[in-house]
Design a protein around this ligand. Structure first.
Ligand SMILES: NC(=O)c1ccc[n+]([C@@H]2O[C@H](COP(=O)([O-])OP(=O)(O)OC[C@H]3O[C@@H](n4cnc5c(N)ncnc54)[C@H](OP(=O)(O)O)[C@@H]3O)[C@@H](O)[C@H]2O)c1
Length: 335
């Protein structure tokens, strides 16, 4: 059992400082975590409809003093960070010409939020004896021979992955350098049934389909049949964090569908379940990510033969939701 985590037993209400509670993943954590955790929020804007937080304070994670003040004044033990720069294709446009040049990095928003923000948080948690929980991504792997376990090496060159992914690799390195005991949970293509703030992998495709059905668009673009991924059902995050904290675990954990799938097959199933389409194969053409990436080098790279193996968390008693079951849970029409 980890040193800090052992301070709190499984049955105690755990106080968590949630950074970025309005995010796609964080807001669901707050919704589902109400009975399990006592949550205090900090971050940028807040969704007024989000209930479940004891309090909310504004916090800029790129401001070291701000981060130190928020962490040092928090009376609880756990600090969970959902804040991040996440718009992968937008971030790609900001890739610095020289990825080692300090001036260019200091001006790069994704670097500031993802790398420096994580560093400031990890350092503050180390200094004030807190236990941080970070969210990382399966994009840290180059996607040449996935699916990957926690033991596998992340990409070693910035050009092998998207700029977003590189900032997440650097962020993971900062956590290691800080020496703080922590949990780092890597997720992939997270999806949930609804969220106003932004679309995810699944709801984006449903939007495309709905626009096609209502005549707003002429066709549905092809879906990649040669990319392999393991989507994360967002509802698994609070459940798995509860289990890991209860067991006093620390370290890196993958949290993704135990079964691998292509975007093509995922979207076929999505149409069957969420829109009652009997023969979705007649609507969606197969596309190739390999060809797409060759013809669109400006678009952020995604792992092709990607996916995460989540055996480590399975061994501890939590089996992540499979992609098929997740689609059913999130999108099956009730009644
Ligand atoms: N979404 C994905 O596909 C995906 C996949 C794998 C891993 N992840 C990881 O999961 C985590 C959460 O991602 P998400 O998609 O749920 O996030 P999101 O919906 O894009 O929200 C990002 C959050 O970060 C906050 N934020 C941005 N800059 C900030 C700053 N300087 N100070 C404080 N807060 C700031 C935003 O607040 P404002 O809105 O107020 O600016 C927002 O609440 C990230 O670590 C991400 O890398 C995401």
């Amino acid at each position: 059992m980890s040193k800090v985590a052992s301070l709190v037993t499984e049955n105690n209400m755990k106080e968590i400082l949630i950074i970025g509670p309005g995010s796609l993943t964080g807001s669901r954590f707050v919704e589902l975590g109400k009975d399990k955790f006592e949550m205090y929020g900090a971050g940028g804007g807040m969704d007024e409809n989000l209930t479940g937080l004891v309090s909310f304070q504004s916090l800029d994670i790129t401001n070291q003093k701000n981060v130190e003040a928020a962490v040092s004044s928090f009376p609880g033990t756990y600090v969970m960070n959902f804040a991040g720069a996440t718009l992968v294709d937008e971030i790609e446009k900001t890739r610095p010409a020289d990825s080692t040049d300090k001036k260019q990095l200091d001006e790069n928003i994704a670097y500031k939020v993802n790398v420096l923000g994580t560093k400031f948080l990890a350092d503050a948690c180390k200094k004030y004896d807190k236990f941080p929980i970070f969210i990382s991504t399966g994009f840290v792997f180059d996607g040449k021979d996935g699916p990957y376990s926690e033991e596998d090496q992340v990409a070693s060159l910035p050009d092998d992955v998207s700029w977003y992914a590189w900032t997440k690799i650097l962020a993971e390195n900062e956590v290691k350098k800080s020496g703080v005991e922590n949990l780092t949970i890597r997720i992939s293509y997270p999806y949930r049934s609804e969220y106003i703030g932004k679309l995810d992998f699944a709801r984006n495709f449903l939007k495309v389909y709905d626009e096609y059905k209502s005549g707003i668009r002429d066709s549905i673009y092809p879906m990649f049949a040669d990319q392999f991924l393991t989507p994360t059902f967002i509802d698994d995050i609070p459940r798995s964090v509860g289990l890991l904290l209860g067991k006093g675990e620390a370290g890196v954990f993958h949290l993704s569908s135990p079964e691998i799938v292509t975007p093509y097959d995922f979207c076929l199933e999505l149409l069957r379940v969420a829109r009652n389409v009997d023969n979705p194969e007649e609507l969606i053409k197969k596309g190739s990510i390999v060809e797409f990436q060759q013809s669109h080098p400006e678009i952020a790279k995604r792992p092709v033969q990607g996916g995460e193996k989540s055996d480590k968390i399975k061994m501890l008693g939590f089996t992540p939701t499979s992609w098929k079951e997740g689609i059913r849970k999130a999108f099956e029409k009730k009644g």
